[in-house]
Design a protein around this ligand. Structure first.
Ligand SMILES: [Zn+2]
Length: 885
């Protein structure tokens, strides 16, 4: 699944600014039926589901009949499985030789989300078939079987899809809805004739039943987990290419195939490449990439086996509105979901404790695939941003280990976070660099072969990598996945002799909110490079290390940025780094800047060190390096909220640094320019616009007005950013103009953008108007929560209070997987310490005790921001005064 940054995540990311609370989770030696966590009795296991169902799309219900082949492995008179929001008409059991056992007494436990089927006599060990007649709901948010309504030129349309990760298949099919219970599926559906039905497998047989009904029967699936099952139905178009013998396709609502061409080409290129990387060919006959209008607060795409689901904004490109960054997003999302077809679908984590095996791996692989197919995007640099995001979460005392014990459905939903994804990715990147890319791939290939169609735990992967690398990595892997937190490597001494530099290193722990905590110990692979000299590697063990490298200039620690740790140089050595900064490889410039900014915010070194580096960065630096400067300036500007005089002084300095960058890339794209430059242009316009640069705001307004008559006034790739600058500074009349455009728009992708704009105003009264609008039917069921989050970005205190006051109405607009994090996340961008208390009070009153992790992180982020304002801003203000004269 491709997760969506929650407002909590976005606020933490904006901080880009510890402590262990959980004991390292034990890793079991292998996944077995006896050891894997389950919420069901271990007495009965399923092997095949025969499902026949009929959706009533208009009335948002469906009727189902399922025959489940099961094996009783321990005598019992009750079969308990998972079911949520289903009603049962009856159930029957047949025994080993087709013998009729008789009907069941059915007991539903809504709280536990189970249904128990009890029979008159004890069932001996053996094979049975359980037949169940039932009915369920079609939801309006993206969980279970759900409907998405959208506008077309011909009027309103409704399509239905499914979303089951992490635990919502039980809303569609009474089942053993846990990843370990893999089974095969034969699905048939009775659908309106003429509509397209989609499943994991191709349609085997289609029978016109007359009366406008058709029975479609999908081919039997391979063995898989319930959360990967998929069904879709609507007025769709499909286009396909053949790649390595597989029908690779895109499916869109009618008329949108041209917008999916880039995704189709990308998917067709990726499949053979993945076949080769994993050493096991994609095992299904077809692979669809399905685009649907709307949104979820939980995810943007989902790796259902053979039928990947995407919200349109993550798969389609519309020349009217899409930017080069959107194109990169499509490629990386397709690569991520396709990587899951192996890592996740073919080999699946045994339980949610090891979710990172799916998500860390897919996140890392999307980067590798992008570097291979699009070297011009320089995407290795983007991995630094992902690592930075992980570290920003991991250095708060609310963090957790990558492998963490999960007990409940809500805890599983909360596990889809930056630690699971981005820290998982960063740890893999580090270990791959440590053993070498070839050894890493060889280990992955063996792992795939050995565990295909089965379940694993993390140690199953480490075992294969260690075998292929021929050197120990399991201990290092355990240090970084079983304990939380960010190592800090400090250079305590550097001496030069005979043309070589010897560095003494110590290992501590980087923490944003527990500066005096006792550091954990990690085995840390460290690569260093002397400027103008050589490169050397060491493994810092037991808290200490040293390394000798050719050359006597300044030495960059974590050269190449594959390590998951922060580096502290000390003042003298740091000035050497600043002096040689312009000549460093771009990835190290980015890594050094990220470390310096984050450690400056946390008091490990002066916060103004970043500003010195920003001054030392040459105008010719890589676009991603310049973009980091723009984003940190934006963050500093945010900290000055409510301090108009200091903010104005800072803005003067920031705008003076950013404006020449914009002048150099210009407003108008140059023929043949790299995409990275185009992306930088959009980011500079956005940053300058947010900070109220008069010329940029005026130019955005001019183009917005000219757009009605001059089609060249707003180039497609700049449309979103120009509109958003206009919307942030909109007056009531402009807000009404945007709303009228929103109401008239028929293309869902563009319509969603307009509603997002309405939620972007910096003005309090207009922000309130957007909140009121979000609770009406006008934006559509799945856009409301995005609007609310967007308003919270600029007005966290107001929106949190409003959401608490309107709790039920707000929760209705959020999918069930996001409910424990949505409202707490709205306040996460606040810098008012009182907000931390409000968030905790909300969690205590409304969330189960085990489901407050995201709320705690949101509260910790608020306190962190408040601390930065109090402790770090004064030095920045003084620096500004000095520079600004
Ligand atoms: Zn994923």
């Amino acid at each position: 699944m491709r997760r969506l940054l929650s407002s909590t995540a976005a606020a933490v990311l904006l901080l880009a600014a510890n402590g262990a609370f959980a004991a390292p989770a034990a890793v079991s030696p292998g996944a077995t039926a006896a050891t894997v966590t389950t919420q069901l009795p271990r007495t009965v296991v399923p092997s095949h589901y025969d499902l026949a169902f009929t959706p009533d799309v208009e009335n948002l219900t469906f009727a189902g009949k399922v025959k489940i082949s099961v094996e009783v492995v321990e005598a019992t008179n009750t079969i308990t499985l998972q079911a949520a929001d289903l009603t049962f008409a009856g159930a029957d059991l047949t025994g080993p030789n087709g013998a009729k056992i008789g009907p069941a007494t059915i007991k539903v436990d809504e709280e536990a989300q189970t249904a128990a089927f009890t029979f008159a006599r004890t069932l001996a060990k053996g094979k049975y078939v359980l037949s169940i007649d039932y009915a369920g709901k079609i939801y309006k948010q993206a969980a279970g079987l759900f409907a998405l309504d959208y506008e077309t030129e011909a009027g309103k349309q409704r399509a239905i899809y499914t979303q089951f990760e992490n635990s919502d298949a039980r809303r569609f099919i009474p089942s053993w809805d846990e990843p370990f219970y893999k089974a095969t599926y034969s699905v048939e559906a009775t659908v309106p004739t003429g509509q397209m039905a989609l499943g994991n497998m191709p349609i085997e047989k289609s029978t016109d039943l007359g009366g406008g009904k058709t029975l479609v029967k999908f081919a039997r699936s391979p063995k898989m987990s319930t959360y990967l099952l998929f069904f879709g139905l609507g007025e769709f178009d499909r286009a396909t290419v053949k790649a390595a013998g597989v029908d690779v396709g895109v499916v869109t609502k009618k008329g949108d195939i041209p917008k999916a061409q880039f995704a189709l080409k990308s998917a067709g290129d990726l499949l053979p490449w993945f076949n080769d990387y994993f050493g096991t060919p994609y095992p299904l006959p077809a692979l669809d990439n399905i685009a649907a209008p709307g949104r979820s607060q939980f995810f943007s795409a989902m790796e259902n086996w053979g039928a990947i689901f995407y919200f349109e904004y993550a798969l389609l490109l519309d020349p009217k509105i899409s930017s080069q960054r959107d194109a990169q997003g499509v490629f990386t999302t397709v690569a991520h979901e396709m990587a899951h077809q192996w890592f996740g679908d073919l080999v699946t984590m045994a339980w949610w404790d090891d979710l990172w095996l799916n998500e860390g791996f897919a996140s890392w692989m999307e980067g590798r695939a992008t570097e291979h197919f699009h070297p011009e995007w320089n995407s290795a640099l983007n991995a630094v941003g992902g690592r930075e995001y992980a570290m920003s979460l991991d250095a708060l005392q609310t963090t957790h280990p990558v492998v963490q014990h999960v007990e409940t459905v809500e805890q599983a939903s909360q596990a889809f976070d930056g630690i699971t994804y981005q820290k998982g990715e960063a740890v893999i990147r580090m270990l791959e660099a440590y053993v070498g890319a070839d050894a890493w791939r060889a280990g992955v290939r063996t792992y795939m072969k050995k565990h295909a169609h089965k379940n694993t735990v993390s140690d199953d992967l480490w075992r294969e990598i260690e075998a292929s690398a021929g050197k120990p990595i399991t201990d290092i892997a355990h240090d970084f996945t079983l304990q939380p937190g960010v190592p800090l490597i400090t250079v305590t001494d550097a001496t030069c002799a005979a043309g070589k530099t010897t560095l003494s290193l110590t290992q501590g722990e980087f923490s944003k909110d527990l500066p005096n905590k006792k550091a954990l110990t990690w085995r840390v692979p460290v690569t260093v490079r002397a400027v103008g000299g050589g490169e050397a590697k060491t493994l810092v063990t037991g808290g200490k290390g040293s390394v000798t490298v050719d050359g006597c200039g300044p030495v960059i620690v974590n050269a190449g940025q594959s390590g998951y740790f922060r580096t502290l140089y000390g003042p003298t050595r740091f000035s050497g780094v600043v002096a040689s900064f312009a000549g460093l490889p771009a990835i190290d410039q980015l890594g050094v800047m990220s470390d310096v900014w984050s450690m400056g915010l946390s008091g490990y070194q002066p916060a103004t060190d970043f500003l010195d580096l920003a001054s030392a960065a040459p105008a010719t630096a890589e676009p991603q390096v310049l973009s980091k400067i723009a984003s940190v300036f934006g963050a500093i500007d945010g900290y000055y909220e409510g301090m108009p005089a200091e903010r104005a002084a800072f803005r003067k300095v920031a705008l003076a640094r950013l404006n020449p960058m914009l002048a150099s890339v210009g407003w108008t794209p140059k023929a043949g320019e790299p995409d990275t430059v185009a992306i930088l242009r959009g980011e500079l316009i956005g940053a300058l616009g947010r900070m109220g640069d008069a010329a940029v705001v005026a130019e955005a307004n001019r183009r917005f007005a000219a757009d009605k008559t001059d089609p060249s006034a707003i180039p497609g790739p700049l449309r979103k950013v120009i509109q958003s600058v206009v919307a942030q500074h909109a007056d009531a009349a402009t807000w009404d103009v945007i709303r009228a455009q929103a109401q008239a728009e028929k293309t869902p992708l563009i319509r969603a953008q307009f509603y997002s704009l309405l939620a972007s105003s910096q003005d309090d009264a207009l922000a309130r108007k957007a909140l009121d609008l979000a609770l009406t039917a006008e934006p559509g069921e799945t856009l409301s929560s995005t609007m609310i989050s967007r308003v919270a970005g600029g007005h966290p205190d107001m929106v949190f209070d409003w959401a608490v006051a309107n709790r039920d109405a707000v929760n209705d607009k959020v999918d069930s997987s996001s409910r424990t994090r949505f409202i707490p996340g709205l306040g996460a961008g606040s810098s008012n310490p009182a907000m931390a208390e409000k968030i905790r009070a909300y969690a205590a009153a409304n969330l189960a005790e085990g489901s407050r992790k995201e709320a705690e992180t949101a509260a910790a982020s608020v306190l962190n921001r408040a601390g930065i304002r109090q402790n770090r801003l004064p030095a920045i203000t003084a620096w500004v005064k000095k520079i600004g004269g």
